[in-house]
Design a protein around this ligand. Structure first.
Ligand code: ATP
Ligand code: MG
Length: 193
């Protein structure tokens, strides 16, 4: 199985569709958001740095994030493809991921970009706040996360274009979780991932 980068704004469903892909294709899953929340829960040094930034809607610095990613990646069972969920979030992270994989005789694979209208994202995240109580799911922080997404993360799309690996799945064309999952599975199979 090829690697998959699942890409999209906060609340676009990266975690949800990653779970569906894992269930169907049995891949490894790295969610950098989950990894960081776990470090916070364990009270590690990384967790202490991450907490202030996450609660404020800011990104963890690239150098630290790239180290965490490489450690997480190297701890996974070999031979299966990996879904990268929440990474890369900057062009520097994208370059680092490409290099890290090349050093391990591996490559980026395919990008699945999730496109969802911002009003829908906001209501989903506010809803998730009620269910999961994540400290960064409040209206002020969500707006900051959208700003950070537009300024720092969205420019990676052009980088993906240059690499020839960008694929887009739009909520507007598949307006239910089930339809999105079907479109994503079709894409994976079409790309022989
Ligand atoms: P969702 O998971 O619903 O799509 P999200 O993308 O905002 O929402 P996570 O991916 O869980 O949420 O990330 C939460 C926070 O963790 C980010 O706002 C950021 O502070 C930090 N974070 C996660 N991944 C990275 C990364 N690759 N680089 C820098 N910071 C990160
Ligand atoms: Mg997530």
């Amino acid at each position: 199985m090829k690697n998959i980068i699942i890409f999209g704004a906060p609340g676009s469903g990266k975690g949800t569709y990653s779970d569906a892909i894992v269930e169907k294709y049995g891949m490894n899953h790295i969610s950098t958001g989950d990894t960081l929340r776990n470090e916070i829960k364990k009270g590690t040094e990384v967790g202490k740095i991450a907490k202030g930034l996450i609660d404020n809607g800011q990104l963890i610095p690239d150098e630290l994030m790239v180290k965490i990613l490489a450690n997480t990646y190297d701890a996974l069972p070999k031979g299966k493809g990996v879904i990268f969920d929440g990474f890369p979030r900057t062009i520097a992270q994208a370059e680092a991921l490409k290099q890290m994989l090349a050093e391990r005789n591996n490559e980026l694979g395919l990008v699945i970009e999730l496109v969802v209208e911002e009003g829908i994202l906001m209501s989903r995240l506010l809803n998730r706040a009620k269910e999961q109580g994540r400290a960064d799911d409040n209206e002020v922080t969500i707006k900051k996360r959208f700003d950070v997404y537009h300024a720092q993360t969205e420019p990676i799309l052009e980088w993906f274009d240059k690499e020839g690996i960008r694929n887009t799945v739009k909520w507007a064309d598949h307006p239910s979780k089930e339809q999105m999952i079907e479109a994503i599975f079709n894409l994976i199979e079409e790309k022989n991932a």
